[in-house]
Structure formats: C-alpha cells, structure tokens
Design a protein around this ligand. Structure first.
Ligand SMILES: [Fe+2]
Ligand SMILES: [Fe+2]
Length: 355
C-alpha cells in the first residue's frame, strides 16, 4: 500500500516564505533507499525496537553518540546553486549522495531507543548543504528522539555551508532546544560528569576550514580549569584535533585553523577529557599523543555506507561509573542486525583502540 503523504510546512528563517515538503507518513523522504537485500531481517531480535540490548540501570549518565547524518536532497532551486552549494550539489548527485542512506535513520533511532540514553550528543553535520529542506528532513528524521530525549548538538561545517545559512542562524533556528548560542557551553550531567560544547564551524568560500577563535579558546581554557579536578569532562566539537597515529593526516583545508591552540588548551587544562567529534567519517578512539590527558573519539557518519561499512558507521554508547568510562560500539551489519563491541579504554599516549 502506498503510504499517505503529509504536507510539512517549515518556516524558513530568512524570509516569510513557507516551503511545503511532501513526506511519507512515518518515514523520512528516502532519496537513496536501501536495496531490498539490505532491508531489516524481521526475524532478528535486534531488528525489534521492543528488544533492549541492555536492561541494566545506568550507574551514571548513559550517553548515545549520533554522528554526521548529512540529510540531503537532490532537488535544488536554480538560485540555490549560485554559491558554494554548487559543489555540494555535484557531490550529492555524483559522489556522496550514492553512499548516504537516509532510510537508515529510523533504524538508528530505534537502536537509540533501546540504549535508552539519558543524553544524546551529536557533533553536527546534520545536513549536507544547509538547505531549509535538508533541515526539515533532519528535524523530521530525528523527531522521535527530539520528543523523548535530551539531545545536545553543535553545528558542523555542512550546517553552515553558505554564508547566508550561517548569518541567518539556520541551524539554531531549526534546533532551538538542541543547541545553544553561547560558547563554550557547560552543563553537568549526573554524577559529576561535565559536558563542554564548543563551536568550531564557519562558512568558507572554498574549502572546509573550521575555527575556534581566540575568544572562545580563552574562555574554554578558563572553563576547563574551573571544573573540579578528577571529574570527567566531555568536550563536544565538530572538528577534530588530528587523526590517530598511523592514520592519514587530514587535508589542511579540512582542519581547524587553530587546531594547535585547541590542543594546547586541552592539554594545559590538566583535566581528564573525552573529546568527541565528527567531521572525519571514520570511527576511532585513541589517546592523543601530545595532549595525553585527552582521549579523542570520532563518532563517524552513521548514514554513510562503503565497502568497509556496508550499513553505515553505527553508533556509540558511553556510560560513566566508578571504573570510569565504558564505551560500547554499536555496529550495524550488512543484514541490518546490530552487533555490540566493548571498546578498551586507551591508557597509553598514542594508543588506538580497536573498533
Ligand atoms: Fe564536517
Ligand atoms: Fe560530515
């Protein structure tokens, strides 16, 4: 049966227009649906949202990490392409759009519901080119989570893809309860676990440079040093602080301009920091070789498929208890069954956890 469709009207933030979208009930618009061979196995216990993978109550906060979703559309109005977005359009038409599976998002949502987190952290890149239509997709796709869970996100470079989208604060407009406008932002979760969010994304004419900025860096250094020594701190960022030892370095045009200064601020804080980021679509977890008080975790991109990740790059779950962080990888296998893996906390500088 063909699902009924619903008009979703999304108020745009830079004009008085309303943009109608035709979206199927109970499903996001699937520009790039999964082939039949990759549909969920109804016999699998993991395919059922009624089957929680864990029944143990959390000793401390339980956090789900949701990486870069990159909600996208192939439909652009001509004037929307008179900007850097032309590059993004070519990307979704001929390259990345072939590998981003929007219809994985409901599968991810159901898995997060089984994790039943106290908080969801999302390091940005919810959209591809920061179009209002993409924001509408992201908002509808995440709707079940937004209604139920505390979710904190920061903008990625794709969420501020154009100068107009950044100037008009399109990200903040569409996710007013899930983001903040003053950075660095501190909140304390249960049991003395601190989250500090930083704003690293900015628009670019070309390239994908990010920046923390001197003012935010100074405030971050002060904020971190003001947190109680010994209490765990998560720093949530879109951009990275480098790649793990042995991995290919990022292109200079894809990094933070002031990456070295951020690493210094983190190192000199002398706090035990779990640095959570997205941006580089490759899940990893390693102890930084220079800022040895920092473990860096890349959430990856859960909608991005490849030979290595045929059903996307999965999710992460964090739980903090008396023994410190417990990290669990939730990997979505090619048959869309979930597998879990406990990640060994890296202790030595430069140590990379197997994930
Ligand atoms: Fe990014
Ligand atoms: Fe990304």
């Amino acid at each position: 049966m063909t699902p009924a469709t619903t008009d979703i009207f999304v108020k745009r933030d830079f004009s008085a227009e309303y943009e109608p979208l035709r979206l199927a009930d109970n499903a996001i618009r699937a520009d790039n649906p999964l082939p039949e061979s990759m549909k969920p196995d109804p016999q699998s216990q993991h395919a059922s949202p009624q089957t929680p993978h864990t029944a143990t109550p959390a000793a401390g906060p339980r956090i789900a990490l949701l990486g870069d979703l990159h909600c996208f559309t192939r439909r652009f109005l001509p004037w929307q392409l008179i900007s850097k977005r032309i590059g993004g359009a070519l990307n979704v038409w001929f390259h990345r759009g072939k590998h981003l599976r929007m219809d994985l998002i409901p599968v991810l949502n159901r898995r997060i519901e089984t994790i039943d987190p106290t908080t969801i952290l999302a390091p940005g890149d919810l959209t591809m080119t920061a179009l209002p239509r993409e924001y509408a997709m992201a908002k509808q796709a995440l709707g079940p989570l937004l209604d139920r869970y505390d979710l904190l996100t920061v903008a990625g470079n794709h969420d501020r893809y154009t100068f107009t989208s950044a100037r008009t604060k399109r990200f903040e407009f569409h996710f007013p309860k899930q983001t903040v406008t003053a950075f660095p932002h501190h909140r304390e979760l249960a049991s003395g676990v601190h989250v500090v969010a930083i704003d690293t994304a900015k628009p670019n004419v070309i390239g994908d440079l990010g920046r923390v900025g001197d003012e935010q860096l100074g405030a971050l250094a002060t904020m971190l040093k003001g947190l109680p020594a010994g209490e765990p701190v998560i720093v949530l960022s879109h951009y990275t602080i480098g790649t793990p030892p042995g991995a290919k370095p990022e292109k200079p045009s894809h990094r933070l301009i002031d990456e070295a200064e951020l690493i210094t601020a983190l190192r000199e804080s002398d706090r035990q920091i779990l640095f959570i980021h997205g941006h580089v679509h490759r899940p990893w977890c390693y102890r930084h070789p220079v800022a040895t008080n920092v473990v860096s975790l890349d959430t990856g991109a859960p909608t991005l498929t490849s030979a290595a990740y045929p059903a996307g790059q999965g999710l992460w779950e964090l739980e903090h208890g008396p023994d410190g962080w417990q990290i669990t990888r939730h990997k979505l296998e090619s048959n869309l069954n979930w597998a879990t893996q406990s990640v060994v906390w890296p202790l030595e500088p430069g140590q990379v956890a197997a994930v």
